[in-house]
Design a protein around this ligand. Structure first.
Ligand code: AMP
Length: 427
């Protein structure tokens, strides 16, 4: 679990803002659900035999309640959707969320026990059009936050019937080879054979190499859905790779399944940035209406490692430096007036030397410094120092405020806001 210190928070906020904007451009609205839910919800939604439920949940008992820190966001969103009878109020719901998730995994680069996800769900749209739109949206967002090497992998898991047939076929293929499988996979052969496809163990990979693929078992409807997804992705110009062995760690998926990877060099084995898919039967399985749904979750810490986005380091744009006790009150007023114009501003109230105040202005990345001591107070003037243009001018208080505001606003608009060169004397 990590601390995020103020030096790092700028990049977090920049990504969160870009995400909120992308979501709102696609008609999604934010939902906030509790960090703690009944343990039974995750067991039913994610599946009893998944790694998350078997090994990774932070669960505890409080009086008679069995509770768990949420390991992912879909189960809570689905519970909220059902509990509030949302399907009776609108036929399609587009929700996004953001926040901490908790999994007791072995920590490593890009894998933490408390991590943040950016996620979204669409309830009520059965066709592959919105799956493709979602994937296209994610690729656009990843480009906007400058994640290099983005690759999309898609697969179809078919419906429950397909999975049942495939599960049997896979079991038949692997049972004679059980001796060669890892211990985990031997156990999974009984409980959840599809997960063996996902194993990173080389011995397991060798055994599944020639296994039948799920695609051979897709029904005509499943196949048409998957063809639709690919057609729409082509229409959007979103490149993708079909990976017939793609399965994911959560049990609720049906039909569309996708993963997005990126920035392999920086992330190594943890380069999966986004995982998502369709879960047309989850709501009904949880006792809700038969409403189809599709969603995804992206790991924010991983996005931050992958992203080449830099944010400006400046904490304030103006710094007011009073010299002597008497000037502090006047400096507070100057700073307040600047802030009323939207200028980020700090006053030094320590009563230290000009040199040490200028050092602090520099550390904060402040471009403008307004200096006022006893002499300036007496004449109602301010010394305006522009650290970028390397100028210092003494001017009446009102004019000083105007100059500082104008220069900073021009700079924020990208206009050259340096003071004009003094006119040269011509002879
Ligand atoms: P999942 O909910 O397992 O499909 O994960 C979706 C995404 O969340 C992954 O692709 C990662 O980017 C991120 N993620 C999952 N588990 C962790 C973790 N323990 N630490 C950091 N990010 C994670």
């Amino acid at each position: 679990m990590n601390d995020v210190l103020p030096d790092e928070i700028g990049r977090w906020q920049r990504l969160e803002k870009a995400y909120a904007r992308a979501m709102s451009l696609h008609g999604f609205r934010e939902v906030r659900t509790p960090y703690v839910e009944p343990t039974g919800l995750f067991k039913r939604a994610i599946g009893e035999t998944t790694d998350v439920v078997e090994k990774e949940m932070y669960s505890f008992r409080h009086h008679d309640d069995e509770l768990t820190l949420r390991p992912e966001g879909t189960a809570g969103a689905a519970r909220a959707y059902i509990e509030h009878g949302v399907q009776a109020k609108e036929t399609v719901s587009r929700w996004w969320y953001q926040g901490p998730m908790f999994r007791a995994e072995r920590p490593q680069r890009g894998r933490y026990r408390q991590f943040s996800q950016l996620g979204a769900e669409i309830f009520g749209e059965p066709g592959p059009g919105c799956d493709a739109e979602m994937i296209g949206m994610l690729v656009g967002f990843l480009g906007e936050v400058r994640v290099p090497g983005v690759e999309v992998f898609v697969n179809s898991l078919g419906g429950p019937k397909t999975r049942e047939l495939y599960r049997d076929a896979l079991k038949q293929h692997l049972t004679p080879r059980v001796g060669m499988l890892s211990e985990d996979s031997r156990r999974r052969l009984e409980t959840n054979p599809l997960r063996i496809l996902d194993s990173k163990n080389p011995a397991d990979q060798e055994q599944v190499k020639d296994a039948p693929t799920l695609h051979e078992f897709l029904s005509d409807e499943d196949r048409a859905h998957f063809d639709g997804l690919r057609r729409h992705l082509d229409a959007l110009g979103t490149p993708y790779t079909v990976d017939p062995k793609l399965v994911r760690g959560l049990d609720y998926y049906t039909r569309t399944l996708f993963e997005i990877k990126g920035a392999h060099e920086k992330l190594g084995a943890g380069s999966t940035l986004v995982g998502g898919g369709r879960y047309d039967f989850l709501l009904a399985d949880l006792g809700g209406p038969q409403v189809p749904a599709v969603g995804f979750a992206a790991g924010l810490e991983r996005l931050l490692i992958a992203s080449e986005l830099e944010v400006p380091a400046a904490v304030v744009d103006a710094f007011v430096a009073p010299l002597g006790e008497a000037a502090i009150g006047a400096a507070l007023v100057v700073a307040r007036d600047l802030r009323r114009h939207g200028i980020r501003c700090e006053v030094d109230t320590r009563g230290t030397s000009l040199k040490s105040q200028l050092r602090r202005a520099n550390t904060l990345g402040s471009r403008m410094v307004l200096i006022l001591g006893d002499a300036e107070l007496a004449e109602d003037v301010i010394q305006v120092k522009d650290l970028e243009a390397h100028t210092q001018e003494r001017m009446p208080r009102a004019q000083a405020l105007r100059v500082v505001v104008d220069r900073l606003i021009a700079a924020s608009r990208g206009v050259d806001s340096r003071p004009p060169e003094p006119l040269k004397e011509t002879s």
